[in-house]
Design a binder for this molecule. Structure first.
Ligand SMILES: [Zn+2]
Length: 321
């Protein structure tokens, strides 16, 4: 289902046409042309959730050269699926966002008309701006009371040497993320990286005592060691190496600020800089890094905001030509 909003259509459009005809004598042609234009803003799912991915779709009345947006304090990079009329961007909502309505501010530039006369009709190089409120609803999260942390001692209280390594790896990841593509590298629907049971969902909060809790910011899949792990969509490998907490890890850039992160591999099948296709094998699952047993942990991030991978795999997404 698409949440829908149509501007300047129906009664309002008819009214603006009437007004336009009345004003044609007193206003320059550009103002009349603009008042009759319609732009459509849609989103998927109809009720965007905190901690979830969503698709923003804009249909412009004329061909655009580019379309930018801003939503929830993040820049949105739209890409066109049809050469300039229909624009899409993947985005997401952080778990910390309060439910409410948040303005999506759009800013587009029309393709210049071929002739001088047509350009005059088009106005001042057809700048297209619009603000549309998009609602956000709260995700229901599971809270689990825990008696103790079930990880090896070296992961709970790392020694100074290890802390240094962790700090270096953090920098390495930041460096890797900085190479991500603003343009979409994804095309079509995202898939689960393996066909298996989810053993722990995204957003589960484990509470140890009043002051201590840990949020599960990924999805755990049951996976016996050696199970092939596949790319959720096409993209570029930003990082493929062994890290302290993540174990053998692959970070895949899908563009538009979206990355998927796969952890605890026994074996890697890709290297940094590789372009991978939808469902290409990234490696084999294992139990490396901070784990209590073999499984696949997959994280999804949009511009550094952790999101539920399974909220992305259920979206019906268009293919780029
Ligand atoms: Zn996990």
């Amino acid at each position: 289902m698409l949440g829908k909003s149509i501007f300047g259509v129906g009664a309002r459009a008819r009214l603006s046409i009437v007004l336009g005809l009345l004003m044609v004598a007193i206003l320059p042609p550009a103002a009349v042309a603009k008042s009759a234009r319609a732009i459509k803003v849609e989103w998927q799912p109809a009720k965007p959730l905190t901690g979830a991915a969503c698709l923003l779709k804009v249909t412009a009345p004329a061909r655009l050269e580019e379309l930018h947006g801003k939503w929830l304090d993040h820049e949105i990079q739209f890409d066109s699926i049809d050469g300039g009329r229909t624009w899409v961007a993947l985005a997401g909502v952080s778990l910390a966002t309060k439910p409410g309505k948040y303005p999506l501010d759009l800013d587009g530039k029309e393709v210049p008309a071929p002739s001088q006369k047509a350009r005059q009709r088009q106005g001042t190089q057809g700048d297209l701006t619009l603000s549309k409120k998009v609602p956000v609803f709260a995700l229901k999260r599971k809270v689990i009371q825990e008696k103790q942390l079930e990880v090896e001692k070296k992961y709970v209280a790392p020694d100074p040497e290890t802390l240094k390594r962790v700090a270096q790896e953090k920098e390495m990841k930041t460096e890797a993320y900085s190479k991500s593509s603003p343009r979409a590298l994804w095309s079509g629907a995202f898939a689960r990286p393996l066909d298996s049971v989810v053993t722990e969902a995204f957003g589960v909060r484990r509470v140890f005592n009043a002051d201590l809790h840990r949020d599960h910011l990924g999805v755990d899949f049951r996976a016996t060691p050696g199970t092939p792990v596949l790319a959720a969509n096409s993209g570029t490998v930003l990082l493929a190496r062994e890290l302290f907490y993540e174990g053998n890890c692959v970070i895949l850039d899908h563009g538009q600020g979206l990355v998927t992160i796969y952890m605890h591999f026994s074996k890697l099948a890709v290297k940094e800089g590789d372009h991978v296709e939808h469902l290409q094998k990234l490696g084999e699952s294992g139990a490396t890094g901070r784990v209590t047993g073999p499984h696949l942990h997959v994280s999804l991030q949009w511009k550094g905001v952790p999101l539920d991978l399974l909220s992305l795999t259920v979206l019906k997404l268009p293919e780029f030509q």
